[in-house]
Design a protein around this ligand. Sequence first.
Ligand SMILES: [Zn+2]
Length: 191
Amino acid sequence: MGRPDAGRDGRSDEVLEGEEEMSQKITSYPGHEITSDELKEGKYLDVYYKFVPRYSWAAGVAISRFLDELKNGRIVARKCNRCERILVPPRMYCEQCYRPTDEWVQIKDTGTVNTFSISHVGTDARRLKTPILVAVVDIDGASPGMGILHNLGEVEPSKIWIGMKVQAVWKQPSERQGAITDIRYFKPLEL
Ligand SMILES: [Zn+2]
């Protein structure tokens, strides 16, 4: 709703006299479309500029520590002493108790597939020959339903099931960057 005149400078919906003429196509200087051939011929000045964005972004206290520990091959969580839940990914505030969480705990790098998707479409919306296997993995040692979204590997898509036990496959220590991709994927524990 808002103000009935918002964004219209107080004018009514009626087309003001003279406005129609302003939107008409100009016929006296029609110009012509620039073709890609003309551009290749160098008929026009064109400029290429490669945009290199640089970001500085703070992940926050909890996720910074979480990512740091991934570099060491460990998954850490935060514990809330009131509801006794162990939260992963970790957060410094318990959204159930409305109070700060209390301590860091190391949890395992094994877990259970909570849900999964076999994706035949890539992140750029292109069709994939080999599907990506995406799953939410509830991590052992964290409270139920505390999961990490990640890929599955070393498994046939038809063999994935909800409740399947999996384990993280880590990158080599020298290749880790303090990112969730320091875990390459989760593979089945029992086959
Ligand atoms: Zn709590």
